[in-house]
Design a protein around this ligand. Structure first.
Ligand SMILES: Cc1ncc(COP(=O)(O)O)c(C=O)c1O
Length: 371
């Protein structure tokens, strides 16, 4: 699904030098390597088309990023946080950890992203925040989401764990709401060699709140003005991320090129629905996820595995049906997506030959059915 080995080989001398620099300096927690990476990440996001200054703060992982972002917005017991159910559990978990209630809404079946009309219906006087997910690398319709949220003063937190580098109407993910939450899990588009995460925002006050919350609520050393957490990006990971960030633009283009090749290869295959691009979105293809008929999906996945093609199902079970989150809500498009989706190998080092191999395998697997 991902080829970290190819990535490591391509960058090994730079990575070795970056890690050596941290060891030489002996600054492992906070310090210059983290500050440098935060500045580079902020500049990268800003450079994608922000008209405001961008602040970036490293944290321990993407789940912490979501929790800290919600803490910065004072989310707590009694509050509701609206989010999709078709996502990784962390999106809802962050709200639940704070004693708030995740309220799940359905998705747009074309993009798999939060449906703004469903959001409008779910809004209540208890809604404290809305967390759209830019799933698979494509931004949710933040124009329509903001049109629902802004008039009632509900802040939007972008779960952009899968969407660093993505834009919506020429504006970068992370600047489309109050705060954007990134994950640097190794398989992400910008991955560390361990856990890591970040929060980006164009709001200087929120940036300072986030910085304090992530560091035990400390306004200055040993003076704590809020209840915080200990969630830090460590310096070795930051130094690795600085290297990877330099390659990210090229890696993103390589993902988009691989997606275009998949698109071409699948254009004539009946039964395979290719990912739909919203015209306003610049998709960074964290995943290339097709839909296939539900009754064929698991058999196809097994057959592809036998042909040497790994696949994954993101996500097989919606969060609103999991025991800790079961809400009795009916989300038909979410349920249907869980039955139909199949994610194919996607990473920046995919070759044209590998894409053709995968497409051929899919064609052959489905051929007896089509015939
Ligand atoms: C959509 C989404 N949100 C949140 C997370 C949580 O990130 P992490 O694993 O870094 O905690 C992930 C990735 O794992 C994710 O894909």
């Amino acid at each position: 699904m991902v080829d970290l080995r190819a990535q490591i080989e391509a960058t090994r001398p730079e990575i070795d030098a970056a890690i050596a620099a941290v060891l030489d300096r002996g600054a492992f927690v906070r310090g210059p390597f983290v500050a440098d990476f935060e500045a580079e990440l902020a500049a990268y996001v800003a450079g994608l088309g922000s008209d405001a200054e961008v602040f970036a703060l490293g944290v321990g992982n993407g789940t912490d990023a979501l929790q800290i972002a919600l803490m910065a917005l004072d989310v707590g017991p009694g509050d509701e946080v609206i989010c999709p159910s078709f996502t990784f559990v962390a999106t809802a978990e962050a709200a639940a950890l704070l004693g708030a209630t995740p309220v799940f809404v359905d998705i747009d079946p074309e993009t798999f992203n939060l449906d703004p009309e469903a959001l409008r219906r779910a809004l209540s006087t208890r809604t404290k925040a809305v967390v759209p997910v830019h799933l698979f690398g494509q931004c949710a319709d933040t124009t329509a989401i903001r049109a629902v949220c802004d008039p009632v003063g509900v802040p939007v937190v972008e779960d952009m764990a899968q969407a660093v580098g993505a834009t919506w109407k020429g504006r970068p993910a992370g600047t489309l709401g109050a705060l954007g939450c990134l994950s640097f899990y190794p398989s992400k588009n910008l991955g560390a060699f361990g856990d890591g995460g970040a929060i980006v925002t164009t709001d200087a006050t929120l940036a300072e709140r986030v910085r304090q919350i992530a560091n035990h609520g400390a306004a200055r050393k040993y003076h704590h003005t809020a209840v915080g957490v200990n969630s830090r990006l460590d310096a070795i990971q930051a130094s690795i991320l600085s290297v990877h960030l330099r390659h990210l633009p090229a890696w993103t283009e390589a993902r988009r090129a691989a997606a275009a090749m998949y698109d071409d290869a699948f254009s004539g295959i009946e039964g395979v629905v290719r990912p739909v691009r919203a015209p306003q979105a610049h998709h960074v293809f964290h995943q290339y996820t097709v839909r296939v008929p539900a009754e064929l999906r698991d058999g196809l996945a097994a057959d592809l595995r036998a042909r040497g093609v790994p696949t994954m199902i993101y996500y097989p079970e919606p969060i609103h049906r999991m025991p800790p989150y079961a809400s009795g809500t009916d989300l038909p498009e979410t349920d249907r997506a869980c039955r139909e989706v199949l994610s194919l190998p996607m990473h920046p080092h995919l070759t044209a030959g590998q894409v053709a191999f995968v497409a051929d395998a899919v064609r052959q697997s489905l051929a007896p059915v089509a015939a």
